[in-house]
Design a protein around this ligand. Structure first.
Ligand code: BG6
Length: 313
């Protein structure tokens, strides 16, 4: 019985890796691996998985886990000298037993605080001292909230800059039946065309081929409508002006060892991010980036979804 299980449970996951299970009284749940500080599961109160994790995901360091919500830090993608998407996603995070208080105190019971600090080896590749605190909370309604707090703890007086993304893999029933709302008419950098800048045309963002775009200056709310499932994901974000939309489609899917050939049909990454303008922190300064995910039922209205209803949620 889920009612008997604790709201927070520390246990072992795939290959004996440490994981934390969060449970909410009505039956929703989430899982977080200390490896990568990575959410790998988010289920609604019906037990349906809402995030995509590849059946070929390799839960073995140093490979990052393919799916869930990898954290890209201190570098998004290949926009810099570090390894792709930085190193936070393939480091072992720790449980933060004494996190500094959050400005808003909530009555949520299902949450965990993680912390990442640089090792001696990390300092050789990125010579900055920091504390990265991640709180993952499962709200009473089954909403999933991630708050990242990154502090510059350099004692050499030096600032540092970083780019960041919550690389969220959403599970969708059929990518060709999915529509994203909230990014229409925005400018984006196209990773498939040497990061050139374009303006989104047309009134709907739908998918029929590979996509890898960084939308700029995005609203705090973005919706992903899964027509077949009649489910809408609502993504709310704070401190994260950009949004990456990625689907590898068939050719790239085949080229990835940790991704099934046809799995691109059942996933879509929409990544709340800070990329175009890197975040700079002076010693002692802290940055906060927040992501909140929820789902609402969506329905057809004479063959078309009503964007107002979705976005006003
Ligand atoms: C996306 C990038 O965020 O992540 C893509 O925009 C990249 O360019 C994708 O291919 C997956 O990256 P990785 O390193 O997890 O294979």
């Amino acid at each position: 019985m889920s009612g008997e299980k604790p709201p927070v449970e520390f246990c072992k996951g795939v290959n004996g890796l440490d994981k934390v299970v969060l449970r909410e009284a009505k039956g929703s749940s989430a899982e977080v691996y200390l490896y990568g500080g990575q959410v790998t599961s988010w289920k609604n109160d019906q037990g349906e998985e809402l995030l995509f994790v590849s059946s070929k995901a390799i839960f073995k360091p140093p490979k990052a886990i393919r799916g869930g919500i990898p954290i890209c830090f201190p570098q998004f993608s290949n926009n810099g000298p570090l390894e792709q998407h930085g190193f936070a996603r393939n480091r072992f995070w720790s449980i933060d037993t004494d996190p500094p208080p959050f400005p808003t105190n909530t009555s949520n019971k299902a949450f965990v605080d993680l912390i990442l600090k640089p090792s001696e080896e990390d300092l050789k590749i990125w010579p900055h001292s920091y504390e990265f605190r991640l709180r993952v909370t499962l709200g009473p309604g089954g909403d999933l909230m991630l708050t990242s707090r990154i502090r510059n703890t350099n004692n050499d007086g030096k600032p540092f800059s970083f780019t960041f993304a919550y690389h969220t893999y959403f599970s969708v029933s059929d990518i060709s039946e999915v529509r994203v709302e909230g990014l229409e008419t925005l400018d984006y950098l196209d990773n498939l065309q040497e990061k050139q800048r374009f303006t989104e045309q047309g009134d709907a963002i739908t998918f029929e081929s590979e996509v890898d775009k960084i939308y700029l200056g995005t609203p705090t709310k973005i919706a992903i409508l899964d027509h077949e499932k009649k489910r809408t994901f609502v993504l709310r974000k704070d401190g994260l002006p950009d949004a990456v939309v990625w689907n590898p489609w068939d050719k790239k899917a085949k080229a990835m060892a940790d991704f099934g050939d046809d799995e691109y049909k059942h996933m879509l990454c929409v990544e709340a991010a800070a990329i175009e303008k890197p975040i700079t922190l002076k010693p002692g300064e802290e940055w906060k980036g927040r992501l909140e995910l929820s789902t609402v039922p969506s329905s057809y209205c004479s063959g078309q979804l009503d964007p107002q209803r979705v976005l006003q949620g």
